[in-house]
Each structure stands twice: as C-alpha cells, then as structure tokens.
Design a protein around this ligand. Structure first.
Ligand code: TPP
Ligand code: MG
Length: 559
C-alpha cells in the first residue's frame, strides 16, 4: 500500500480515536487538509487559529482526552501560541499540528516560515519537528502518549510540507498509544501521611486541578468525610468537591472567601493534593499556612518543594494515594475543629446576595437554577470570571472550564464551542466580559455554523473591569485605559452572525430574559449591563499575604 505523509498523519489520528479537529487551512498544511477531506474525522473550521486552539482545549478540558488542532505555518502557528501556552499553564492535553515550509527551505526566511519548534519549546510539554514521513509512525502516536501521560500538557508536531507529500510504501500501522497508567505512590510514604493526618488537630485539604486530571473527586470526598477534613480548592479544582457539602470551604487565594483564607491560616496540617502553590492561591508564599505542616502530593515531581517546602513530598497519582490513605486513617468527627470552621463560615456569608437584581452574583445564581447541575460553564478572564468562581455552585469535575494559569481573555467562547462539540446534546454556558468577548468574537461565526447549544452571557460593565478595580484600589483611583469610550451593540452584532440575542437593557424582567435565552435551542448571546463600579471582593493585594485581604467594607470606608 502506498500513502503520502498527509494520509499517514490522518490515518494515525483516526487510529488514535480522534473524532474532531479544529483548524484553519493554508499553504503549509494543505496536503493534510486534502487527506482530511477523505476522513471520517469531523473538521471544524475556526475563524482564527487561537479560536481553534481553545476549541481543542474545550474538548480536552471537558472530556480529559487530548484535543487536536491543525494550523498552517507562519501566522497560523503564531496565532496559535497563546492557546498552547494556556494549555501548558493549566496542564491540558493538546496535540497541535502545524504545517511547516518544505525541509530544504527551513532557515531561508521562506514565505510563511517561522521557527515553530523554537517558538513553542518553552510553552509545550514536548515538541517535534518531523524530518521524514517515516518518523510520523512514531511521532503521531507518541504525541498522544506524551500529552496525556503523567501531568498532561500540549505537544506540538511541526510537519514540513515535503514530509506531508512524501510517498511511502507501507505494510501496516503501528498500535495507537494511550496515556500511561500513572505511577502509584510509595506505600511507606502513604503510611507516613496517614500518621501525620492522625496526629493533626486542624487539617485542611488544599486541592486543585490534579484532582480533576486524576479523576479522583470521589476518593477525595470519601477521605475528607471519613476523617472530617475541610476542603479548600484552587480555581482549577472547583467542581472536584461539591459546592454545597458541609466540609467545603470554597476557593482559596486572591479572590477566595474571607473564611476560606482564615481557616487555612489556622490549619496545623495542609494536605496539598494535586496543586502547585500558584501565587494567586497562596498570596505571599512565605506567609501561606505558616503554622501548618505540609503533605504535598503531585504527579509532577518538579512541583514538590518548588514554592513551599513540604514535610512530606510524594510524587505520584493523587487518586491512588487517596485511595490508599482511606483505609489507613480513622473515622473522625473533629468536633472542635469543625465547629471552629463552621463559626468562621457563618461569620462571613459568601458571596453576599445583592439587593440589586442585575448584580453578577444574582445573575449567576439565577443561571445555576435554570440549567442542569452538571452544565458546563466556561468563562473569560476578569471580574466576571472571579464572580463565577465565587458564586456558581459547581458540583462535578470538568464542569468549570476557565483559563487559570495564563488568564487568557478570549478563552470563553471558543472553549464553550469545543465543549459543546464534544457533547452535542447538552447546554454550555459561557460567562464573558465585554472586553474578553471581543477577543475571539469571530468564533460566533463558527458557533452559528454548527448551531451549537451555547448561551453566552456578557457581563457588560463597559470596562476592563478587573483592571479598573486594581486601578481604583492600588493606583489611587487613577482609571486609565480601562474604560471603553465606545461600546458595541453586542445584541445586534450577535444577530449579524446569525445568533439569537437578548439585551437586558431593554428588558423589564432581566432574570426572565436570561431564562428565555437559556431555553433557546442553539446559540444565544445575552448582553447583561452591570454596575461598572462593582468590585470583586474579597481581594488580596498582589504580593500580600492572604490574611491581608480587602473585603470591600474598607473600600467603602476609603471612598
Ligand atoms: C489576552 C489578555 N490581555 C490582557 C489581560 C489583562 N486583563 C485581565 S482582566 C482584564 C479585563 C477583562 O475585561 P472584561 O473581559 O470586560 O472582564 P471584566 O473584568 O470587566 O469582568 C484584562 C485586560 C488578559 N488577562 N488577557
Ligand atoms: Mg468588562
């Protein structure tokens, strides 16, 4: 049998179980597109390569399986960089295939040539520049093994055009490669961890995306309940422990609830499971959980003792570690510690309901009551993202898709498209901001084309709100370059793209209008004007300790 490199690529992708690829064609990847045209793989034509990258991320984040995107050389590859870096920051499995100029032209400043390999080296888990069609048999399956094994991440496969057209005679196909089963933890370490938990009086879980990636939210719940240990989550961990569980403390860190950060201050043992001590979570790291011993479990050994020294560092799968710990810890009720935690929680009801109906917290709670509990929510980046993290009652893993580590505006719409493509029957809601929405607005065309069941709610404060908030609080109210002097008519624009739209500005009952949008089959956009001076509280000033949070009441006193 004879095949060219492009046909080999597509066949190997099919054999890896790839069902959908998002991308944009160009001279540098046209042979692959030619082969893709004959495949069962569904191609989603994005309108910008960053959109394609975030669609692939939406599929990956919602399913746990590697998402795939395909772009051309030069500007196609550079447009994709942000989505790749974003996947690296949040440990998302992604296989990004980029076309490259023919091998003999590499290094000649050829048309649409950039050094994709060099550009992506620091933002990928691994990258390849394919030298021959023969190499594809190893590199394509290997890219999936690498993207999904251990700590997941993005892999770039840069494929010169002459490799795509090179013809080979072949006898068979290599076996697809799956992510490797994670390494289980040393049993001696598990015994030590169990003894530390038993000795502690005030243990607290500090959990993150590692719980989601290891699929271990049930083990977490069983361990927390057995030993009565409260659970605080990072932004990436939200959904891994039910929002309404009595042991749940909410999100830790810069915009965490006051009681969450205060409980962590009082802990004598921190169970840092599947987390990386990100500065948004820890505040000033030296001050974070100062009085606590730390057990840090992570699949990535380079995270152990990177930011905070641990008393016990365990490299391995956090899920298997927790399953091993469950029989080794006793049934406890920790009456004293729980009642202390409950007192702190009761003293700081969070987030406060607002008397103002269009307040984002009210809108979010309303949305949560009108969609199924496991509805996927995506966000963009800004105040609306933090309000969502604070107020939305996430109950299941992989239901909150947000750009955590990189904090990329423009993530929300294409990620929602990706999640909807991966699960076409279900509703996906994107909470966006008026600034972020514009950063990948072109993907409304993709959304309309596929008639996906996505509702986008734009929390419109006519500002880059989180920037305005920082200027108000930390730059003596010098509001500069964060207010929009003109604001687009988002509802009309959405209509222009062929998407149903609603504007709460024209509505006598904004909550009812949101319900109508959520009930619309197919895509819809809701423009939701909100108070442009509303701030997200609490807020820990950048570089401060978490206990130094601003709660908003001081702010009232300040103004
Ligand atoms: C691509 C990108 N550029 C700049 C920033 C810096 N930034 C963080 S939040 C923010 C404002 C976001 O505005 P909007 O989407 O309207 O959300 P809001 O804060 O108003 O809810 C900006 C500019 C960013 N996170 N991402
Ligand atoms: Mg805004």
């Amino acid at each position: 049998m004879q095949c060219n490199g492009a046909e080999i690529i597509v066949k190997l992708l099919e054999r890896q179980g790839v069902k959908i690829i998002a991308g944009i064609p160009g001279g540098g990847n046209l042979p692959i597109y030619d082969a893709l045209g004959n495949s069962e793989i569904r191609h989603i034509l994005a309108r910008h390569e960053q959109g394609a990258g975030f669609m692939a991320q939406g599929m990956a984040r919602s399913t746990g399986r590697a998402g795939v995107c395909l772009v051309t050389s030069g500007p196609g590859a550079t447009n994709l960089l942000t989505a790749i870096a974003d996947a690296k920051s949040d440990s998302v499995p992604l296989v990004a295939i980029t076309g490259q100029v023919p091998t003999p032209m590499i290094g000649t400043d050829a048309f649409q040539e950039v050094d994709t390999y060099g550009l992506t080296l620091p933002i990928t888990k691994h990258n390849f520049l394919v030298q021959s069609a023969e190499e594809l048999f190893d590199i394509i399956p290997e890219s999936f093994r690498i993207a999904g094994s251990g700590r997941p991440g993005p892999v770039v496969v840069d494929i010169p055009k002459d490799v795509q057209t090179e013809v080979l005679t072949l006898e068979g196909w290599p076996a697809p490669r799956l992510p490797e089963a994670p390494k289980s933890c040393d049993i001696g370490d598990i015994e030590k961890a169990a003894a530390m938990i038993e000795r502690s009086e005030r243990p607290v879980f500090y959990i993150g995306g590692g719980i989601m990636n290891s699929g271990s939210s049930e083990a977490l719940r069983a361990l927390a309940e057995k030993n009565a240990i409260p659970v605080a989550s990072t932004l990436m961990g939200l959904g891994c422990f039910p929002h309404n569980h009595p042991l749940f403390l909410g999100m830790v860190g810069m915009h965490g609830a006051r009681h969450t950060n205060l409980v962590l201050e009082e802990a004598d043992l921190l169970l840092a499971f599947g987390v990386r001590f990100d500065d948004r979570a820890t505040g000033r790291a030296q001050e974070f959980c100062k009085h606590a011993d730390i057990i840090h479990i992570d699949i990535d050994g380079s995270e152990i003792d990177k930011i905070k020294d641990s008393n016990l560092g365990i490299v391995g799968d956090v899920g298997s570690a927790m399953r091993a710990l469950i029989p080794k810890v006793g049934m406890r009720d920790r009456e004293k510690w729980r009642s202390r935690v409950d007192r702190l929680k009761a003293a700081h009801v969070f987030p406060p309901e607002s008397p103002d109906p269009p307040h984002p917290v009210n809108l979010l709670k309303h949305i949560s009551r009108h969609v199924a509990p496991d509805t996927i929510i995506t966000t963009d980046v800004g105040q609306h993202q933090m309000w969502t993290a604070q107020a939305y009652p996430f109950c299941s893993p992989r239901t909150f898709l947000t750009s955590g580590g990189l904090g990329t505006m423009g993530f929300g719409v294409p990620a929602a498209i990706g999640a909807a493509l991966a699960d076409p029957g279900s509703k996906v809601v994107c909470i966006s901001g008026d600034g972020s929405f514009l950063m990948n607005i072109q993907e409304l065309a993709t959304l309309a084309e596929h008639n996906l069941n996505v509702t986008i709610v734009i929390m419109n404060n006519n500002h880059l709100g989180l920037v305005r908030q920082q200027q108000e609080l930390f730059f003596e109210k010098r509001i500069f370059a964060s207010k929009f002097d003109s604001s687009p008519d988002f509802a009309s624009i959405a209509k222009g793209f062929g998407v149903s739209s609603y504007d709460l500005k024209d509505s006598s009952d904004p909550l009812e209008t949101i319900t109508a949008a959520l009930e619309t089959l197919g895509p819809s956009v809701v423009n939701a004007p909100i108070d442009c001076e509303a701030n997200v509280y609490p807020m820990v000033p950048p570089g401060a300790a978490n206990r130094e949070m601003i709660t908003g009441n001081e702010n009232l006193a300040l103004s």
